[in-house]
Ligand binder design. Sequence first.
Ligand SMILES: NC(=O)c1ccc[n+]([C@@H]2O[C@H](COP(=O)([O-])OP(=O)(O)OC[C@H]3O[C@@H](n4cnc5c(N)ncnc54)[C@H](OP(=O)(O)O)[C@@H]3O)[C@@H](O)[C@H]2O)c1
Ligand SMILES: *[C@@H]1O[C@H](CO)[C@@H](O)[C@H](O)[C@H]1NC(C)=O
Length: 318
Amino acid sequence: MAEEILLIAGVAIAVLMIFRMYVRGARCKSKTKLHGKTVIVTGSNTGIGRETAVDLARRGARVILACRNQVRGEAAVAIVQREGGSKNVVFMQLDLASLKSVRSFAETILKTERKLDILINNAGVYMQGTTEDGLGLMFGVNHLGHFLLTNLLLDRLKECAPSRIVTISSHLHDYGNLNFDTLRTHKEFGVGESAGSVFRIYSHSKLCNVLFTHELAKRLQGTNVTCYSLHPGVINSDLTRNMNKMSRRLLKPIAALFFKDVEAGAQTTLHCAVQEGIESLSGRYFSDCAVQKVKAKAKDDAVAKKLWEVSETLCGLS
Ligand SMILES: NC(=O)c1ccc[n+]([C@@H]2O[C@H](COP(=O)([O-])OP(=O)(O)OC[C@H]3O[C@@H](n4cnc5c(N)ncnc54)[C@H](OP(=O)(O)O)[C@@H]3O)[C@@H](O)[C@H]2O)c1
Ligand SMILES: *[C@@H]1O[C@H](CO)[C@@H](O)[C@H](O)[C@H]1NC(C)=O
């Protein structure tokens, strides 16, 4: 009897291990080294961003951790230096919920860094709130802050071409919709109260990431700067930290079993950042280290153009 139980337990563990391997998903196969290259990763003090930074440091890049909190940012520098086996990792303060902070970060970069080869727009929030500028928090951080940041650094990226811009979206962009009337009043972009509206607003902001990349690729034609958006997988990160206690408790065991870990979560970002030969796919959306089809609304030329123009107005670029 005891033997049977042991056998069943053994089989169960084996099945679980195979299942976990399957859950890990596709891996970035590129061996590209990045000595002499500079990379910025936003929101890299934890989660997918920090894991991405470790891998880029291992490849020899100078890695700039663009994070909003100095204490968390500097703690991450120590971890990325140790795990990445490189001293060439620095923290620079960037709060994407403040357009002023984005401007001052870009100014510092342009003044102090000669090179910029890869920009990774990774930071993201899944919570209600408003930015310093009075915009919905998820729209402001996930889209608009990165929109301004990218635009301010674009000339430097062009000078350093071939270079890349990678923006972390989500599969949830599928559930997003852009309604420019509500965008104008900002209502749909941050002041909803119910859990359902968090999900909806997050999805809108992630649709913005895909459409931004779609339009950016067009504007970058002929520059040798390419750009990609992506879904990292469903990852056991800190993203759910602002959910209520009950939801987090429920999610925890599910996440441990079914979600990928952050190291697996960094793979598609790394693929888009370093894989050789994907330049002709500029503007496209990736998942599992491969280009994916998106719905018509996520590659609508007119909507993408309009989002670009509205974003320019909102962050004072036009
Ligand atoms: N986890 C998933 O399953 C999943 C699925 C699809 C897409 N994504 C996307 O993947 C990206 C990374 O998320 P994650 O899962 O790694 O989540 P995470 O562990 O919560 O990390 C998010 C990072 O963004 C930073 N951040 C938040 N607000 C910021 C601001 N105002 N200024 C600068 N940085 C800010 C956070 O900094 P603090 O520590 O200071 O808050 C943190 O470093 C996000 O864009 C997310 O939407 C995640
Ligand atoms: C882009 O790269 C190609 C191939 O290396 C090169 O021939 C071309 O001059 C580059 N164009 C620009 C605008 O840098």
